[in-house]
Unconditional design. Structure first.
Length: 742
């Protein structure tokens, strides 16, 4: 991987880490959502790990401005981890702003700029000043000086006897030339603990005539008390790790803890370094240093004797003083158990979305070609050919399902982004609002997820602005001061249902009717049901806001929401109760590419109904009820409304004596589709209609049969809605020519 590719990987991973950091920060602010202190601590650790990883990775690319900013934020987070700084809403808001700044730095990197823009630099300084206010720790302990020439084991003896950490440090001679002050590291070390003893070792001092005043010749042995872990101690010296020799030994009392941690680790890690790093007994830098030493020793040994064994990593770590021998032995035992268990590691591969789209297109063409081949096979009397095509059809269906599954993503990631929207907008308006997310595991085609993001954003912001009132108003209405917005997703009849609910003011149908009359959308003498009044909010230019703000009041938004959802072959509806709350329900197809369809015919015209909406098919004798006299029938004692396709699409011709009813179910409502004949199930590749026919009501798309004929896909929700409004769909002239835009 070249440097450019590595940088792109860093950008992608940084964005993912920032998303995780933002989500953890928002969960920290809603402290009541944590069922235990352990969950709270894990959220803090997740934020710290994200910042620490970004800082470390940025250092590899020489992005000093990213490292410098993130280091200060990480220091504050370390104070939070140690319990010296409490998690408060102002701190969370500050860290979220820092997260935004880091995202801005990452976006600049993606744009090819490695230095921060002046605007970003200006935004960084007040953030850094605010962060430093949290770093005003109590006075640091003054290291006790030791007599020059004291034995190296002096501090180690103190450490082991007192249950303290022992730090052995040898700075590189050029540390001063590089602008680093060794004493600054000791002062910073004192912010995370207490230095009990510091021994200065002058053994490396040259003769006075050879001494360079810009070189550092001293070594240091330190007995250190802290609640921080080994990685946190090492991070103090992060800027000189590559130019110093550092060994950090845990207190003797901690060795048993390390062994216990190693034994309790999951079985997956099979490499010794991973096991030791997971338990905290070594750091990544110590492992890298040991691996380099292992490679050098192997090269030297093979030069002397080709059959010489490779030095063991555990032995090198012990020799370097990085880890106790007992911890290495426990890790080796764990490693052997992991190998014996042969734990399988789940792997994932990043794939360009364009490649996935191309794959779906090819699978669609394969489905059409397979249907044509099967039709040709049915015209022959060759049994072997029939069997071969039956096997082929099964395989094509499996390939189709697998390909579509590749594009299915959980909607939870999209929902989580609204935590920040609710956090920022509610505070901008002075409201206290919590977001509740349900159904995160619900899967949906990635294309649908991408296109639904903007409508959902508007619905959530609309619920914050219009739906939920100010805390004092809610208190006066007997409602809790904190309002809630709920995002919920679930599957229903082959569709994905997304609900955006709030427990706010609700909508007053009378007020909506009055506003509709004022806007000229409703005639003064026109009677509207509550559902029809609620649907007025989707009309262009309709708004009940008293004043125009940066969030609402211009009458633009809800009409766009409905248009975008309709373009996805979905529907949107509203249910509301005044002073109780409002729920906006969106129904979307699982995928926009290929569906299982059920083919029906009226005369010579063939239509496709999504199979997931089909409940059953029953025979219908038109002589039992005079045609056109009733638009309903009795289905096992229940009234079933009917939609007669011949009349709905003005197809002409006389219906046969025996017709069929396809019973469909959508959004909890059943309806019967009256057709001449049933042609059975078929895999249906969805093709968009050309612009000339895009506005035809009751048709959501088209497809191609195996014979090459064009068939139309019925928009069942639109037909049901139209039938409910008028009693029967108004005749619509359906294009008989090929209307497929290939």
């Amino acid at each position: 991987m070249n440097l450019d590719q590595a940088l792109q990987t860093f950008i992608v991973e940084s964005r993912e880490l920032l998303d995780a950091m933002e989500a953890s920060l928002l969960s920290l602010e809603g402290g009541e959502t944590h069922s235990s202190d352990a969950e709270h601590a894990e959220s803090v650790n997740a934020v710290f790990r994200a910042a620490h990883t970004i800082k470390g990775s940025a250092g590899l690319f020489g992005l000093d401005h990213v490292v410098a900013f993130t280091h200060v934020a990480e220091s504050v987070l370390d104070e939070v981890r140690a319990g010296r700084v409490a998690v408060t809403p102002p701190l969370v808001a500050l860290l979220l702003s820092c997260c935004d700044h880091m995202r801005g730095l990452t976006d600049e990197l993606a744009g090819g700029r490695t230095d921060p823009a002046p605007a970003l630099e200006a935004r960084a300084e007040p953030l850094l000043q605010a962060l430093r206010t949290y770093l005003d720790a109590p006075g640091t302990a003054t290291p006790s000086a030791a007599t020059p020439g004291a034995p190296v084991d002096a501090a180690r003896t103190v450490a082991q006897a007192s249950g303290l950490w022992h730090i052995s440090l040898r700075f590189g001679q050029g540390v001063l030339r590089n602008g680093m002050d060794p004493m600054s590291f000791f002062r910073y070390l004192s912010t995370i603990g207490r230095i009990h003893r510091l021994v200065t070792l002058p053994d490396a001092l040259p003769a006075a005539a050879e001494m360079d005043p810009e070189c550092c010749y001293l070594g240091f042995e330190i007995a250190f008390e802290t609640q921080a872990d080994k990685a946190a101690i090492e991070s103090v010296f992060e800027f000189v790790l590559d130019d110093c020799t550092l060994s950090i030994l845990p207190p003797a009392s901690r060795i048993d803890e390390y062994v216990a941690l190693i034994q309790s680790l999951p079985e997956e890690p099979a490499r010794l370094g991973e096991i030791l790093a997971l338990c905290g007994s070594v750091t990544a830098h110590e492992i890298a240093r040991a691996i380099d030493a292992q490679a050098d020793a192997q090269t030297l040994a093979q030069a002397t004797s080709p059959a010489a064994p490779t030095p063991k990593l555990g032995d090198i770590l012990v020799q370097q003083g990085s880890v106790p021998a007992a911890a290495v032995q426990a890790a080796l035992e764990k490693q052997q158990r992991a190998k014996d268990a042969k734990a399988r590691e789940t792997q994932s591969v990043r794939v360009d979305s364009d490649k996935l789209d191309r794959l779906i297109d090819l699978v669609g063409e394969l489905v059409i070609a397979q249907a044509g081949a099967s039709l040709a096979a049915r015209r022959t009397a060759d049994a072997d050919l029939h069997e071969s095509h039956s096997t082929l059809a099964t395989l094509v269906q499996e390939v189709r399902d697998s390909a579509l599954q590749l594009r299915m993503v959980k909607i939870g990631a999209s929902f989580q982004r609204f935590q920040r929207v609710v956090h920022d907008v509610s505070r901008e308006l002075g409201k206290d609002i919590a977001l509740i997310i349900k159904g995160e595991e619900t899967e949906l085609d990635k294309t649908v997820v991408e296109k639904i993001a903007d409508p959902l954003t508007h619905l959530v912001r609309n619920a914050i602005d219009h739906g939920i009132g100010m805390p004092d108003v809610r208190r006066a209405n007997g409602q809790p001061e904190r309002g809630t917005i709920t995002l919920n997703a679930y599957h229903d009849a082959g569709q994905v249902v997304i609900e955006v609910s709030d427990d706010g003011n609700g909508m007053d149908p009378a007020r909506l009717r009055a506003k509709g009359i004022e806007k000229g959308l409703v005639a003064p003498d026109q009677q509207l049901s509550d559902a029809e009044a609620f649907n007025l909010i989707f009309e262009p230019g309709f708004s009940t806001a008293q004043a125009v703000t940066n969030l609402s009041g211009r009458g633009v938004g809800m009409d766009v929401v409905k248009r975008n959802i309709t373009a996805l072959r979905g529907t949107v509806s509203v249910a509301s109760k005044f002073a109780v709350g409002t729920t906006v329900t969106i129904r979307l197809p699982l995928t926009l590419a290929i569906i299982d369809g059920f083919q029906v015919a009226v005369g010579d015209s063939v239509f496709v109904v999504p199979l997931d909406m089909v409940e059953e098919c029953v025979e219908y004798r038109s002589d039992e009820q005079p045609a056109g006299e009733h638009d309903f029938t009795d289905l096992r004692g229940a009234v079933l409304p009917l939609i007669r396709l011949r009349r709905a699409f003005d197809l002409g011709g006389a219906p046969g004596l025996r017709q069929n009813i396809v019973v469909l179910r959508h959004a909890g409502q059943s309806v019967g589709l009256v057709v001449d004949s049933l042609l059975g199930e078929a895999q249906t590749v969805i093709k968009p209609l050309s612009k000339m026919f895009a506005q035809v009501r009751g048709i959501s798309g088209s497809s191609i049969r195996g014979s090459g004929d064009v068939v139309l896909i019925l928009d069942v929700p639109a037909l049901i809605q139209q039938a409910g409004q008028t009693g029967a769909p108004a005749p619509v002239r359906v294009p008989q020519s090929a209307a497929v835009q290939c």
